[in-house]
Design a binder for this molecule. Sequence first.
Ligand code: FES
Length: 165
Amino acid sequence: MENFGVQIDEIIERYPDKPEYLIFLLQDIQSSYGYISPEAMQLACDRTGVPLTQGYSVATFYQSFRLDPSGEHEIRVCLGTACHLKGGQRLVEDLERRLNIKAGETTADMRYTLNTVNCVGACALSPVAIIDDEYHPNATARKLEKRLNALDQTDAADEKEAGHA
Ligand code: FES
């Protein structure tokens, strides 16, 4: 879990103890830790006086919040109308098989998280997938597979290098 050296208490104390600050507090936690753990949610709700169930409603309403840790690489497949019509769903299914997870999940080795998203504004190039922040227009299962294989190789080489450091 990332925390960039920031303690959760330090983040909590940045915000006044008022319900309207919950969302800012959650955003801050997520940008420091990558996700909002149950403990962090409890602390944020205690601080702002918001009931826990409401805290979770807020976090699930805004799709940008994550309640689980993300993998090292995030794959997003667009399932907006244009991408859906051009086979976006097939891409999701192929990736689910390749990674052995369902959309919304992270692989057991914490390397990949697979998510679906709504239109990312590149409909003319559909179907679109995004790996980390890299757009893949006119995506095919084969092209994405190639990219993932390349990432696997780079990561393996980095690990090997780190092992020798
Ligand atoms: S529907 Fe996928 S980019 Fe618009």
